[in-house]
Design a protein around this ligand. Structure first.
Ligand code: KIV
Ligand code: ZN
Length: 498
């Protein structure tokens, strides 16, 4: 019988800190319900004191989800803890996650404090949180760079104060796997009362070692891992849930397992990627487009003879179904509804009717509708409240001529038109938009997601625009790549022109 490893999912907190990937409350509830179906034990739903949006999301997720514990993040500050407790009031199982930096750089530069004072603040925060809830997790921020002897003193003190889980974050992604594992082992061996709490890993991926460090932590005694779907998160991201879950399934001899329903991994990955407009790199382990695509002749030959030659995971075990019914213009509402359900998206009849209408329009333009297309269609009404909408776009371009674009925008019900030339069709169209908007903004990033299934496929454009010292993220999807680019640009503008 395997030992149980608890999965603490922080997609909606640490993962959501990625610039431009913020979700609204409705989208967060959708992800939270999917995480529940996936079988995670804890959902970190937000940092309630940080914004009214986060506060509200924690409330609504608490109402929407039954089985997982709902966790809210705080600093070691009474006000934060008060607000977190209030936000968690509807949760069936609740946890407050409080903590403070423990490494010397944090103590000296962030808090201008001393090691002893930090222990006092940590203990006070845990005791204060315990007045509200029985389940309190403490994080020692930058534990990865905290010396083990001092860290052990902090951990011992917070367990004595009532912490039920102690999180050892490698906040900067600095540790080597052996070093991180040794840190967990040191705590297991040196902390009095360690059996009264669960040790948790929380590894960032700055040096590409998040998953290796997490597994090393588990092998040395950690029994909770903090992870995100697709490994999303600030900078290089967090540990990917799907990687840890599948490592433990593949290496059964480790005798540690999770409650994850692995067949829900792929649909959850697609949902998070689609709602956050965050593409998954094609070679991403477990969920990347190429993760199970054998392209070299030798590998194809081997796989055709016996899949065990080159495949350690059956794609079906993570929810990738090559035989999935392909939707076309002849598919009915029921087929669309079923496919949405498989992808983890539930919606009202009214919304389904709208998505079906858009589906038929898209099916007119392209032969086969992919899961990605369906997820984009399902999320499309996120733009309905935008002030600025693209009404029409006409572009002339070619070799040896300068591109010309003319377009019409609807801005809060008023119609505006402009035309511009540029050194390409996108340049011309964006110049035309700028003529109407007249703001000083700079296009910083422009990614067109690869079209993989034929020339009629939907092109997806991700953009980042800098305005007034801030970055704004935009997304557009269209079978016409120029229109997708203009939509993404307008999406950015809508975010600062609220
Ligand atoms: O990386 C980190 O240290 C964190 C803590 C706030 C838990 O995210
Ligand atoms: Zn983190």
């Amino acid at each position: 019988m395997s030992e149980r490893l608890f999965i603490f999912d922080t997609t909606l907190r640490d993962g959501e800190q990625v610039p431009g990937c913020q979700l609204n409350t409705v989208e967060k509830i959708q992800v939270a319900k999917q995480l529940e179906a996936l079988g995670v034990d804890v959902i970190e739903a937000g940092f309630p004191v940080s914004s009214p949006g986060d506060f509200n999301s924690v409330i609504e997720i608490s109402k929407a989800v039954t089985w997982p514990t709902i966790c809210a993040l705080t600093r070691a500050v009474e006000k934060d803890i008060d607000v977190a407790a209030e936000a968690l009031k509807y949760a069936k199982h609740k946890r407050i996650h409080t903590g403070i930096g423990t490494s010397d750089p944090h103590i000296k530069y962030k808090f201008n404090s001393t090691r002893e004072e930090i222990i006092e603040r940590a203990v006070a925060a845990v005791k204060y949180a315990r007045r509200y809830v029985d389940d309190v997790e403490f994080y020692a921020e930058d534990a990865g760079r905290t010396d083990n002897e001092y860290l052990a003193r902090v951990v011992e003190a917070v367990i004595k104060a009532g912490a039920t889980v102690v999180n050892i974050p490698d906040t900067t992604g600095y540790c080597l796997p052996d070093e991180y594992g040794a840190k967990i082992k040191y705590l297991v061996d040196h902390v009095d009362g360690i059996d009264k709490a669960i040790l948790s890993t929380h590894c960032h991926n700055d040096l590409g070692m998040a998953t290796a460090n997490t597994v090393s932590g588990v092998l040395n005694g950690a029994r909770q891992v903090e992870v995100t779907i697709n490994g999303i998160g600030e900078r290089a991201g967090n540990t990917a849930l799907e990687e840890v879950a599948m490592i433990l399934r593949c290496h059964k001899h480790l005798n540690v397992d999770t409650n994850i329903n692995t067949q829900k991994i792929y649909p959850t990955s697609r949902m998070v990627s689609s709602l956050m407009n965050m593409p998954v790199q094609p070679n991403k382990a477990i969920v990347g487009r190429n993760a199970f695509a054998h392209s070299s002749g030798i590998h194809q030959d081997g796989v055709l003879k016996n899949v065990q030659t080159y495949e350690i995971i059956n794609p079906k075990d993570v929810g990738i179904d090559d035989n999935a019914i392909v939707l076309t213009a002849r598919s009915g509402r029921a087929a669309l509804k079923h496919r949405l359900h498989v992808l983890g998206v539930e919606m009202s009849q009214e919304k389904l009717d709208k998505v079906y209408e858009d589906f038929l329009k898209l099916a007119d333009k392209k032969k086969d509708i992919t899961d990605d297309d369906i997820l984009v269609l399902a999320g499309a009404d996120r733009n309905v409240n935008h002030h600025i909408k693209l009404e029409y776009l006409q572009v002339t371009s070619g070799v040896g001529v300068r591109s010309v674009a003319s377009l019409g925008l609807n801005i809060s019900g008023e119609h505006f038109e402009a035309a511009a030339t540029g050194n390409g069709p996108v340049d011309a169209a964006i110049k035309a938009v700028k003529q109407i908007i007249r703001r000083q903004m700079t296009l910083k990033e422009f990614t067109i997601q690869a079209i993989s299934k034929g020339s009629d496929d939907v092109g997806k454009v991700h953009m980042q625009v800098e305005y007034d010292g801030q970055m704004y993220y935009g997304f557009g999807a269209n079978t016409d790549i120029i229109a997708a680019s203009v939509e993404a640009y307008i999406d950015c503008i809508n975010k600062f022109r609220k």
